[in-house]
Design a protein around this ligand. Structure first.
Ligand code: ATP
Ligand code: MG
Length: 428
C-alpha cells in the first residue's frame, strides 16, 4: 500500500506555519508499515490542488490531504476534489442539521458560511471530527483512496489514528508489517567522510536502508528496516549497526534521541566524577548546554566565565608570564584554566575554552579555538580550526568541547583520526 500526503495552505508555503502534519502523519504511517513515497505542499488554489490530487491518484494507493476543509472562502479542498474528479458537489442535509444543532446547543446563531462544511463531492463518505465542526471526507478516485482532513493538528491526529490508518490496514495495507528506524549519532567526521567510510554499506543495503543526516557538526546515520514485526526489523538492523559501529569506533556517541549532554553526564555519573567549566570565547555556552539537561545537578557544579584576560589571572591563576609567552589563545593557557578551575570549583573534570571567535582576529586567526579538558587522570588541550561566522564558530566549538570531554572521560583518547575534522588547519 503506497500512501502519499498533501498539505494544503498558502501559509505553509510562506513559512508562517510549520508543516508539522507531515511529520505527524509520516511517523504514524511508518509505525503502521505503510509505504510513504511522496509528500507535498500546495497553496490555496483550486487548479493547483486539483493537479496535485490527480498526480497522487496516478501513482499512489491512498492520498491523505490535510487542510482547506473549513468554512472560509480560502478553504478549497472540497472544490479541488470536484475539479480533479469531475464529480458534482452535493449538499448533505443531515450534516447541515447537525451543524445547526451544534451551534444551537451553544446558544449561538450559526453564520451561514458554515454550511460550506456540509458540502461534499458526490459519493464521498464523511469522517466524523470529534474535535471540531469540519468533517473529513473519504472518496475513491480511480483506484486511489483520497482522504480530506482538517489542517488543525488536534483535529487531524485522532482522525488519522482512529479512522484513516485502520481503514487502510483493513484494505490490506498494513499486512506488510512495520518500518523501524535506528539513528546512530556520530561526531568527528564530515558528512562526506562518513559517506565514504560507509559507501559500500550504502550501496549494498536495501533493507535496512542507510541514510546520512548532518546537524551542528554531528552526523547521524539512519538505518531503516521494513519487516513483518519489530523483532524481525531489529534483527535486520543489528548486523548493519554492528558494522557501522566497528568502522566508526568512538565517533559513535549515542542512538536515537541521545544528546551529547546526556551521554556525557551519564558517563560522569557512572564514574562518580563531578564537572565544572571555565569559558572565555564561548562565554558560558558550554555551561548553558549542560544545564539545559534535566538532572545535570547530579554532576555539574558550576562555571567561571573569565572573558577578560585579567580574570584569567586573578580567578584562574594563569601566570602573566605564560600569557606573555603564549598569548591567551593558546593550549598552554587553556590547560592552566582547566587545572585551576578544578581547584576553584572543587570538581573532578573541567572543560575549558578559550579562542578567537571572530569576526576580528584576536592573537590568532578568527575561528582558532582551544579546548582543554582536565580529568583526575590527565589534562589535555587541542587547537580547533572552526569555519564560519562568530555564531557558528561558538556553537560548533561548544559541541566539540562536549565531545572532547566525552572522549577524555571515556578513555577513548583524542586520536588524530577521530578529531582531525576540526584539528587540521584550513590550509593543509
Ligand atoms: P479550519 O476549520 O480551522 O479552517 P482547515 O481544515 O480549513 O481548518 P486550514 O484552514 O488549512 O485547515 O488550517 C487551519 C490551521 O491549522 C492553520 O492556521 C494552522 O495553524 C493549522 N495547520 C494547517 N495545516 C497544517 C499543517 N500542515 N501542519 C501544521 N498545522 C497546520
Ligand atoms: Mg481553514
Amino acid at each position: 500500500m503506497i500512501v502519499e500526503t498533501l498539505a494544503v495552505g498558502t501559509e505553509l508555503l510562506l513559512g508562517q506555519t510549520v508543516n508539522t502534519n507531515a511529520t505527524t502523519i509520516g511517523v504514524r504511517l511508518a509505525d503502521a508499515g505503510l509505504d510513504h513515497f511522496h509528500q507535498s505542499v500546495v497553496g490555496d488554489n483550486v487548479e493547483r490542488i486539483a493537479a496535485a490530487i490527480r498526480l497522487a491518484a496516478s501513482r499512489a494507493d491512498a492520498l491523505i490531504i490535510t487542510g482547506g476543509i473549513g468554512p472560509t472562502q480560502d478553504d478549497l479542498t472540497r472544490d479541488a476534489l470536484c475539479a480533479a474528479t469531475g464529480l458534482s458537489m452535493v449538499f448533505d442535509e443531515d450534516y447541515a442539521a447537525r451543524l445547526r444543532q451544534w451551534w444551537a446547543r451553544r446558544g449561538r446563531e450559526m453564520p451561514e458560511s458554515n454550511l460550506r462544511q456540509a458540502q461534499r463531492p458526490e459519493g464521498a463518505t464523511l469522517i466524523v471530527n470529534n474535535k471540531g465542526t469540519a468533517p473529513g471526507l473519504r472518496l475513491r478516485v480511480d483506484d486511489t483512496w483520497v482522504f480530506a482532513l482538517p489542517g488543525v493538528p488536534a483535529e487531524l491526529i485522532p482522525m488519522v489514528e482512529n479512522d484513516v490508518i485502520p481503514f487502510l490496514q483493513r484494505q490490506g495495507g498494513g499486512g506488510d508489517g512495520v518500518v523501524v528506524s535506528r539513528l546512530l549519532r556520530t561526531w568527528g567526521e564530515s558528512e562526506s567522510k562518513v559517506g565514504e567510510m560507509l559507501a559500500d554499506l550504502f550501496e549494498a543495503s536495501t533493507n535496512p536502508t542507510v541514510a546520512f543526516l548532518a546537524s551542528s557538526g554531528e552526523i547521524k546515520i539512519r538505518l531503516t528496516a521494513k519487516a513483518p514485526s519489530e523483532a524481525v526489523a531489529a534483527e535486520l538492523i543489528a548486523p548493519v549497526e554492528a558494522e557501522v559501529r566497528r568502522r566508526m569506533g568512538p565517533r559513535v556517541f549515542g542512538v536515537d534521541d541521545d544528546t551529547i549532554e546526556r551521554v556525557l553526564l551519564a558517563m560522569l555519573e557512572e564514574r562518580g566524577w563531578t564537572l565544572g567549566t571555565a569559558e572565555s570565547a564561548t562565554g558560558g555556552m558550554v555551561a548553558a548546554r549542560i544545564t539545559d539537561t534535566p538532572g545535570a545537578s547530579n554532576v555539574y557544579r558550576g562555571s567561571l566565565v573569565t572573558y577578560a584576560t585579567e580574570l584569567k589571572r586573578s580567578l584562574l591563576g594563569v601566570a602573566g608570564r605564560l600569557i606573555d609567552e603564549h598569548g591567551v589563545v593558546s593550549e598552554e593557557v587553556a590547560r592552566v584554566m582547566a587545572e585551576h578551575a578544578g581547584d576553584v570549583l572543587g570538581v573532578d573534570v573541567v572543560i575549558a575554552v578559550t579562542g578567537s571567535a571572530g569576526p576580528d582576529a584576536q592573537e590568532k586567526a578568527a575561528g582558532t579555538m582551544i579546548v582543554a579538558v582536565a580529568t583526575p587522570e590527565e589534562v589535555r588541550a587541542r587547537t580547533l580550526f572552526m569555519p564560519g561566522d562568530r555564531e557558528r564558530v561558538r556553537t560548533y566549538t561548544t559541541t566539540a568541547a562536549l565531545h572532547l570531554a566525552r572522549l577524555a572521560v571515556s578513555g577513548a583518547g583524542w586520536t588524530d583520526d577521530v578529531v582531525q575534522r576540526w584539528t587540521k588547519p584550513p590550509s593543509s
